[in-house]
Design a protein around this ligand. Structure first.
Ligand code: AMP
Ligand code: ZN
Ligand code: FE
Ligand code: FE
Length: 293
């Protein structure tokens, strides 16, 4: 079983539509993927509809990656298998997603001040109906020849955290986010908790407090963690009784990491599905879901 629990589609800042993502995951030989767009579940319906035509049995785990911050440090919380209609979490997702629009407009204005000729119309076209984010703005910067690649936009000079044209977005307190995900029957996993290249990361003691507050796991096997960091996080998770997951954090052509780059242990996946009560993994044609305990 090959299980990839963190992917993005055009519902946020990935480049595959949800249907393309499902087909690509099947073609990559995956058995399970989680669709975890930033602050939205809007891609789920299309992904679910694409399962029967995927070409091989593929199980979809519904989820989202929620933007959070604590003490000025940004972090991402992966919520899996929560009830998408639970009103409080739904309202928070809408707030997070809707606030991205004025924030992206402010980043565009700051870029223009700095002489980068990107426009909001261009960014809006690139984002389409997806939850708009910095990768869309970075793509516009590439189009205008401001930077050669999307990642070159993520520097202090441009739109990295704290960068010259960076503007904060609305973010949830992670303790609130964990509570909301759990209250909606979901499972909460901290995404890339030690991804230092993205900026400051939270301390082990904050992770311990989140574990105390109901956090289920840590995403340990991720491209932004080097080998010593992964070893350290495996140790921390064991100490705190947290599950450990692995994923690609696939963004289509906007990043060069392929689907299934890292994967999650089937036993841990089984435990995630057993803990979830808000939604269930949806098996594609011929697939078989893991039994619920
Ligand atoms: P936003 O959610 O709008 O603040 O944008 C953050 C997203 O940008 C992250 O979730 C990543 O997908 C992407 N990102 C962050 N840092 C980099 C980087 N150095 N290179 C490419 N993409 C990045
Ligand atoms: Zn992203
Ligand atoms: Fe993330
Ligand atoms: Fe992600």
């Amino acid at each position: 079983m090959r299980i990839d629990l963190h992917t993005h589609s055009t519902a946020s800042d990935g480049t595959d539509t949800p249907a393309e993502l499902v087909r690509n995951a099947a073609a990559a030989g995956l058995d399970v993927i989680a669709l975890t767009d930033h602050d939205t579940t809007r891609g789920h319906a299309e992904a679910l509809a694409a399962l029967p035509g995927a070409g091989r049995p593929l199980t979809l785990v519904t989820g989202a990656e929620l933007s959070c911050a604590v003490g000025g440090i940004g972090l991402h919380l992966l919520g899996y298998l929560f009830d998408p209609d639970e009103p409080e979490l739904l309202a928070r997702r809408e707030l997070l997603r809707d606030d991205r629009v004025p924030r992206a407009r402010a980043i565009v204005a700051a870029l223009r001040e700095l002489g980068a000729p990107v426009t909001w119309e261009q960014v809006a076209r690139i984002a389409g109906d997806g939850s708009v984010g910095r990768p869309h703005i970075a793509a516009a910067m590439v189009e205008e020849g401001v930077v050669p690649t999307v990642s070159d936009a993520f520097t202090a000079e441009w739109i990295a955290d704290g960068g010259r044209a960076w503007v904060a977005k609305h973010e949830l307190d992670p303790f609130t986010a964990v509570r909301l995900v759990k209250a909606a029957g979901g499972v909460a996993v901290l995404a890339h908790p030690a991804a230092v290249k993205r900026g400051r990361t939270i301390s082990d003691s904050t992770i311990a407090e989140l574990a105390e507050a109901g956090l289920d796991g840590l995403e340990v096997d991720h491209q932004d963690h080097d080998e010593p960091t992964r070893a350290r996080l495996h140790g921390l998770a064991a100490e705190l009784g947290l599950l450990t997951t692995g994923s690609s954090d696939y963004h289509g052509s906007r990043k060069d990491i392929p689907l299934g780059y890292f994967t999650t242990d089937p036993e841990i996946y089984g435990e995630i599905t057993r803990r979830a009560t808000g939604a269930f993994p949806v098996p594609g044609a011929g697939g078989s879901p893991l039994p619920k305990a």
